[in-house]
Design a protein around this ligand. Structure first.
Ligand code: RIB
Length: 308
């Protein structure tokens, strides 16, 4: 198989993840069950998911030169992620995320990008060879927004397939969406973007068409246990509906499931899988990830996805 290069432009942070019976309410202190310290950051999680799914991946990200940065460096060595585009900022701190996970695996997250906020245009230009060698670029909104737009613009000018995961959601200039081949919001992000309350698959059908009207090639709205709705153009009334994949194992941690979906979807597209097959592949991978703890480390291996 001729594997095509996938470039991720995103952030790496260290996740401090606390498991408790429920998520704390404002002003409330609760006693938790356990905590873990592990690799996170949406872009970095996506890169690991790509590599574990047998994709060929490079990551452009800016980290500090502290102990947290070493967690990332060790991860990429072990997981076979190309780090030529990794920028180590002397004297700066790597970011971190405070994550709460409840007994059903639902989560809430505060992410502080740290050194990742310093990613700028000239650092992208310095890594132009990674862009030139890529056939797919995946990015999101944890990096500075103008850099996400710049990367999309560069990629599009070079005929590279673009995937934008608009997470966490920010209101950007809508012209940027014209540069996006695949937009992958979850239901909350799709609601914020379209002003349509996306609660059901039918809502996602309406929102998906509105997203395509913005100039996006294909809208893929991920809705957790409700499944995934893909809309191929502004006239695609039904779209492709992929129900969530039910495993026997219990859902224990949904952190990073969206990243696994995005990374494995990019891998499938890089192998020229048909769209519906690619959606099924990514859906299975995300379903496996929620039965495991952690963000990057919950990504499944290719043979585990294939066995489902
Ligand atoms: O998508 C999950 C990720 O979001 C976590 O790993 C956390 O670091 C935040 O970036």
């Amino acid at each position: 198989m001729n594997k095509k290069n996938i470039l991720v432009v995103g952030i790496f942070v260290v996740d401090l993840s606390f498991k408790a019976n429920k998520l704390p309410s404002p002003g409330e202190t609760i006693i938790g069950e356990n905590y873990t310290i592990g690799p996170g950051g949406k872009g970095s999680n996506q890169a690991v998911a790509i590599s574990r799914a047998a994709g060929k991946v490079s990551l452009i990200a800016r980290i500090g030169d502290d102990h947290f940065a070493n967690i990332g460096l060790n991860l990429y060595q072990k997981e076979n992620v190309n780090t030529e585009g990794l920028i180590i900022a002397k004297g700066e701190n790597t970011g971190s995320a405070a994550i709460s996970v409840d007994k059903n695996g639902m989560n809430s997250i505060i992410v502080v990008p740290g050194a990742a906020l310093g990613l700028n245009q000239s650092m992208i230009d310095d890594n132009i060879s990674l862009i030139n060698n890529a056939s797919i670029m995946l990015t999101g909104f944890e990096i500075p927004l103008e850099i996400a737009s710049y990367c999309l613009m560069l990629a599009k000018s070079k005929n590279i397939t673009t995937i934008l995961n608009p997470a966490p959601y920010f209101n950007i200039n809508h012209d940027t969406y014209k540069l996006v081949d695949y937009l992958t919001p979850n239901e909350h992000e799709a609601s914020s973007l379209t002003k349509i309350r996306v609660q059901s698959i039918d809502d996602a059908r309406v929102a998906g068409r509105k997203i395509c009207e913005l100039g996006v090639g294909t809208s893929i709205i991920t809705m957790g246990e409700k499944g995934v709705l893909c809309t191929r153009n502004a006239n695609d009334l039904r779209g492709i509906y992929i129900p969530s994949f039910n495993l026997k194992e219990k859902v224990i941690d949904t952190v990073g499931a969206g990243d696994v979906f995005n990374g494995t979807f990019a891998t499938a597209i890089s192998e020229q899988m048909e769209l519906e097959d690619a959606l099924n592949f990514a859906n299975k991978a995300a379903s496996l990830s929620v039965t495991r703890k952690g963000a990057a480390l919950s990504a499944p291996l290719r043979n585990e996805i294939n066995q489902l």
